[in-house]
Design a binder for this molecule. Structure first.
Ligand SMILES: [Zn+2]
Length: 362
């Protein structure tokens, strides 16, 4: 994830918090020196103490969540980074104290992050302190990129086609990737489109669907044209959720009473996929559902997502992923929640596509 461009800011606007007099003198002196250097070398317009990019490989990294009271070498990594970026705190040392909390909050505030003083996955990514992600192994004996079948599996309420593209090895292990189910969460569709340009791993019968909700995408809304949340409309574990403008999770009046759901359920019954991935936004996590948890776990490692639960503000009933897990014996169907669209980079799309190809053979 690329860090947003930092707005110009005047270093003295940052809180100066210290624990003791010597530390105060050290940090104030360091701050003053940094300030003088900036004033001497930078034009007044566009003045900034923060580098435009922190994308270079970090000298150290943070793998765990850090908060006040944390004590580890990762804390000194964090504190060193914050000091280098012009934030004031006591350190660097291995203790995450009150001054570190304030410095983290100031950094988060400056970068439009939740200003809670806790260094979780999003803040450490913004700071450029994420451990390097492992690179998926190269594909051996892959089938060259080629769509070998294009199948319209059904049509939407408004008559738009729902199209599945087949690649790889017919008769091999069946894999289904769905880019979009909620029409305002569209980035997964870029992953399925990119996958159509990439070789398919040996022995994989790969099906790609960019969207099962083309009407929702056309209107840029979560639900289909009947205001039904398709991911509450599937027939396994369905329960009634009334229409509501607040939760936008109307289940429909009966299980699978929407044409998009009918088409997708029938397609899953027909092809019986062993691996199914559903893309959503923007909870920034991955669910460990299905038979082979190693598949979503490995995927999470390749893309830097932390496995977790997807928040459902009403009930997680009638979901597509559960339908696939219950309908196909031994299936591993799970959800990948990408970040919000402004944070999904081209590099991230590439990384997710590579992760798909790396895990479907596990
Ligand atoms: Zn969603």
């Amino acid at each position: 994830m690329s860090m947003p461009a930092s707005p110009g800011r005047v270093p003295t606007a940052q809180p100066v918090v210290v624990r003791d007099t010597m530390a105060a003198m050290r940090t104030t002196g360091r701050r003053l020196l940094a300030w003088l250097l900036i004033v001497a070398t930078a034009p007044l317009t566009g003045l900034t103490a923060v580098p435009a990019s922190v994308s270079a490989a970090p000298a150290c990294s943070i793998a765990s969540t850090l908060r006040q009271g944390s004590s580890s070498a990762e804390v000194s990594c964090l504190e060193g980074r914050l000091l280098a970026l012009g934030y004031t705190l006591v350190g660097p040392d291995t203790t995450f104290g009150a001054s570190t909390t304030l410095a983290v909050k100031a950094y988060q505030h400056d970068h439009a992050l939740v200003s809670d003083g806790i260094v979780g996955p999003i803040t450490r990514a913004a700071l450029g302190l994420v451990p390097p992600l492992p690179t998926p192994p190269p594909l051996v004996g892959a089938v060259p990129a080629k769509v070998i079948e294009t199948r319209v599996i059904g049509t939407s309420v408004q008559g738009r086609d729902i199209t599945a593209y087949r690649m790889g090895t017919p008769g091999g292990r069946v894999v289904l990737i769905i880019g979009v189910i909620h029409g305002d969460e569209t980035k997964g569709g870029q992953i399925t489109k990119l996958l159509r340009t990439m070789p398919t791993p040996k022995g994989i019968d790969l099906w790609l669907i960019d969207t099962i909700n083309p009407d929702g995408m056309a209107a840029f809304q979560r639900q289909n044209a009947h205001a039904v949340d398709l991911n509450r409309n599937f027939s396994e574990g369905w329960s009634y959720i009334p229409k509501s403008t607040e939760n936008r999770q109307y289940s429909g009046e009966a299980p699978a009473d929407q044409p998009e759901t009918v088409a997708t359920e029938q397609f899953i019954r027909d092809i019986r996929p062993k691996v199914v991935i559903w893309y959503h936004q923007d909870a920034n996590t991955i669910t460990l559902n299905g038979t082979n948890k190693n598949i979503p776990k490995t995927y999470a490692g390749y893309v830097g997502l932390v496995p977790g639960n997807v928040p459902c503000s009403t009930r997680c009933t009638g979901t597509a992923s559960t339908f696939a897990n219950r309908t196909v014996s031994g299936a591993t169907s799970f959800i990948v929640e990408l970040p919000s669209s402004s944070k999904v980079t081209t590099d991230m799309i590439r990384r997710h596509a590579a992760a798909v190809l790396a895990v479907v053979t596990l």
